[in-house]
Every structure is written in C-alpha cells, then in structure tokens.
Design a protein. Structure first.
Length: 177
C-alpha cells in the first residue's frame, strides 16, 4: 500500500445534507476538502479528492477512492434538532480509532469545542449516520461540528482555514509515518 491520502466531501451537488438557514453541509464539506487539499499539496503529500472547487462526487464514487489509500477521510457536519448539541466526532472501524481521535482533537483544539464519544471516536455501528458505507469500506467519517448549532457554525466560518490546517497536519504525519 502506498502513502496516498484520500479526502472527500460528504454529500454531493444534488444532496445538500443538513442545512441551517442558507448554510448547507455539502458546502462546508467541500470547503474543508479544498482547504485540506491545499495544505497536503504544500507538504508534497500524494492525495486523492472527489472533486475540486464545487466538485463533489456522490458517495458511490467517493467509496471507490478508498481502495489503495493509506487513509481515507470524508468530511461532514453533524446536525440535531437540539440547537445546543455540539462537538466533534469521527466514525470509523476500530483499526482507525487512534487516528480518528487525533483528527477530532485537531478540530476540537482549534474550535474550542468538546470531543464526543470516546475522545472523539465512535464505532461504525454507533450512529444513525447516513453514510456508513464509507466506514464499512475502511474510511473515516469526520463530523467536524454541528451545523445546527449557531455558535459552532460561526466559529467554523471564522477559523475554517486553521481547522483545515490542523487536520492536514495529522494527515501529513500519517502519510510520512
Ligand atoms: Zn453528512
């Protein structure tokens, strides 16, 4: 297996995911993928994406990219009808527990938000998440923050480049490790 890192954006151009007013989960996921890609490129890390700019392949195509990757991460936002629900979590197989916790800590430290689950990690069978096919195939679903939480959404808008840089830092370590 090479050192290829795969990063994909949750949802697609036809599936906006969770929404809060005009804010759409698919757009946040694309932003994050594009920002992380920027830093991976700077670090000369070999990586794959499911599109550039506003490009965002559907799940089946994103899953195809996992095979042959050292690590695959898909970006999502969490959402709840409870506006106070908050924090970051990652769903993955047990093999990726430690790296999932590092990714969550990177996000939590920059955003100042709590870690959910086991220091950020949740097993693949724990959620009602709609995209666990990605986890079943060996990828990590990183739920960055709650788009339904106005305060977390505001922090994201303000710090997304720092968040992306921190997450890219963890991925660069994996690629070079
Ligand atoms: Zn999602």
């Amino acid at each position: 297996m090479g050192n290829i890192i795969t990063i994909t954006a949750g949802h697609s151009n036809t599936d906006p995911g969770a929404c809060n007013g005009l804010h759409r989960e698919a757009d946040k996921a694309q932003d994050m993928r594009n920002i992380v890609a920027y830093y991976l490129k700077q670090a000369d890390v070999e990586f794959r994406v499911d599109g550039e700019g506003k490009g965002n392949l559907p799940l089946s195509k994103a899953i195809d990219l996992i095979k042959g990757s050292k690590l695959a991460v898909e970006f999502h936002c969490n959402a709840s009808s409870n506006k106070t629900a908050r924090g970051v979590e990652a769903l993955s197989q047990l093999k990726d527990k430690s790296i999932s916790q590092k990714l969550c800590k990177a996000v939590a430290d920059v955003m100042g938000i709590p870690l959910r689950g086991d220091r950020g990690w949740k097993p693949e069978n724990s959620g009602q998440h709609h995209r666990l096919g990605y986890v079943a195939q060996g990828g990590i679903v990183l739920e960055l923050f709650f788009i339904s939480n106005d305060a977390e959404l505001a922090i994201w808008e303000e710090r997304k480049w720092l968040i992306g840089k921190a997450v890219a830092g963890v991925l660069i370590e994996v690629a070079n490790g």
